[in-house]
Design a binder for this molecule. Structure first.
Ligand code: ATP
Length: 354
C-alpha cells in the first residue's frame, strides 16, 4: 500500500504543455479517479506517476520517496492497461503466475499465491482452462489476477473498462470496487466517464486542458463545484447557469434573485460584477407562486423523474421533477430555488465565489 503525492508536476511535449503545474495527494488505500474529457492530460498524469513518462518539472513521491526520475520497474506498482491483454497460448493459472515466475519465486509459493488470488476473484474452478474460450467477464478477472498477484504498492488503471458494453461495464466496475475494498490497495484510475468516477471513487481529480480544476470527494465536487467547467462536466443534465450582468457592483455584499438574497462574501478588485448563478436541475421546484418566471418548452419523461426545460429571462433552465408533477409545453410558471444549493461563479473567470 502506498501514499502517492505529486507536487507542481508539469509535462511538456515539445512546445505543447499536456499537464500544467499539478499538485494533489492520494492517500494510502484510496480508490482515486483521474477524470476529464479526452486530451485533458489524465493519461499523461497517470503515466508520470507510474514511471512511464518523465515529468518536465515537479516531484512525484511514493511513500515519501521522490521517484519522479525512477523507471516503472523500480516503483513497485502494477499498470493495468486493457484488461483483455492476456497471453493467449497459456491457461489461466499460467497467465496469473507469470509475473511471479519471472520474479523467480519458488514453485510452491507461486501455487499458493495463485490459489489465494483465484479465491478472491472467484475463478478457482477455471484455473486449468485455456484463456481462449473464456467469457468476457472471466477474461477480465484473469487479467486483474495477473495484475494483483505481485502485491504491488499501487495499481494504475487507464480506462480498463473502456471497451465493454454498458451493462457489462457496470457489472465489472462493481466487481473492481469490491475487489479494492477487500484488498485496500491504493488504486489510481483514469476515466472520462463522470458517472463511473462518482460511483467508484473515494476521491476525484477533475482535469481540463492540462489543469487540475478540482480535487476532492465525489459529493463535494458535485455539490460545490470550484469552476463552471466542473459544474458542467459532472451531473446529467449538467448544472444550470443563469447569467446576470453587473449585479455585484463595487462594494456590493449581496444580490437578490428569484425572491432570495444571496451573500457575496468575496469579490476580487477589478471584476466586472458579472455573475453566473449555478443551480442543479434537482434543486429547482416549479411553484406557481414563485416570482422568478419561466415558460415550459420541453418535457422529457425518464420514468421516475422527468426533465422539464423552461425559458427564462436568463436563458433556458432544466428542472428535474417527479414524473407526477404536471407540466405542459406552453405553460408559464414560477421557479423556486433553495439559496443554500446555489453556487455563484465569477462569470469572467468561471471560478466559484467562496
Ligand atoms: P484520452 O482520454 O483521449 O487519452 P487524456 O486526458 O488521457 O485523453 P493525454 O493522453 O494525457 O490525455 O494527452 C494530453 C495531451 O497531450 C493530448 O493533447 C495529447 O495529444 C498530448 N500528448 C500525449 N502524449 C503525447 C506525446 N507522446 N507526444 C505529443 N503529445 C502528446
Amino acid at each position: 500500500m502506498a501514499q502517492i503525492r505529486i507536487e507542481n508536476v508539469r509535462k511538456d511535449f515539445g512546445s505543447f504543455t499536456a499537464v500544467q503545474s499539478s499538485s494533489f495527494t492520494i492517500e494510502d488505500g484510496e480508490f482515486f479517479m483521474l477524470l476529464g474529457p479526452s486530451g485533458c492530460g489524465k493519461t499523461t498524469t497517470l503515466r508520470m506517476m507510474a514511471g512511464l513518462e518523465l515529468p518536465t518539472k515537479g516531484e512525484i513521491y511514493i511513500d515519501g520517496e521522490e521517484v519522479g526520475m525512477k523507471p516503472a520497474s523500480q516503483r513497485d506498482i502494477a499498470f493495468v492497461f486493457q484488461m483483455f491483454a492476456l497471453y493467449p497460448h497459456m491457461n489461466v493459472r499460467k497467465n496469473i503466475s507469470y509475473p511471479l515466475k519471472s520474479q523467480g519465486m519458488p514453485g510452491a509459493a507461486v501455487k499458493q499465491k495463485v490459489g489465494e488470488i483465484a479465491e478472491i476473484l472467484g475463478i478457482t474452478d477455471i484455473l486449468d482452462r485455456p484463456v481462449g474460450g473464456l467469457s468476457g467477464g472471466d477474461r477480465q478477472r484473469v487479467a486483474l489476477g495477473r495484475a494483483i498477484v505481485r502485491d504491488p504498492k499501487a495499481f494504475f488503471m487507464d480506462e480498463p473498462l473502456g471497451a465493454l458494453d454498458a451493462e457489462f461495464r457496470e457489472h465489472m466496475s462493481e466487481e473492481l470496487r469490491a475487489l479494492h475494498d477487500r484488498m485496500n490497495a491504493t488504486t489510481v484510475y483514469v476515466t472520462h466517464d463522470q458517472l463511473e468516477a462518482m460511483q467508484m471513487g473515494d476521491k476525484i481529480v477533475v482535469m481540463n486542458h492540462g489543469v487540475v480544476e478540482q480535487f476532492g470527494v465525489p459529493q463535494n465536487i458535485y455539490d460545490w463545484p470550484a469552476t463552471k467547467f466542473v459544474a458542467q462536466f459532472i451531473g446529467s443534465p449538467p448544472m444550470n447557469f443563469l447569467d446576470f450582468h453587473g449585479m455585484a457592483g463595487a462594494g456590493a455584499t449581496s444580490v437578490s434573485f428569484g425572491g432570495n438574497t444571496f451573500d457575496i462574501p468575496r469579490l476580487i478588485d477589478g471584476e466586472s460584477g458579472d455573475l453566473t448563478f449555478g443551480v442543479r436541475p434537482e434543486h429547482i421546484r416549479l411553484d406557481d407562486g414563485a416570482s422568478y418566471r419561466g415558460e415550459v418548452v420541453a418535457v422529457e419523461y425518464l420514468g421516475t423523474t422527468q426533465i422539464i426545460t423552461l425559458n427564462t429571462a436568463n436563458g433556458p433552465v432544466k428542472v428535474r421533477a417527479a414524473s407526477s408533477q404536471l407540466a405542459r409545453v406552453g405553460e408559464k410558471t414560477g421557479l423556486a430555488f433553495d439559496p443554500r444549493t446555489v453556487t455563484i461563479f465569477n462569470a469572467d473567470t468561471g471560478r466559484a465565489l467562496k
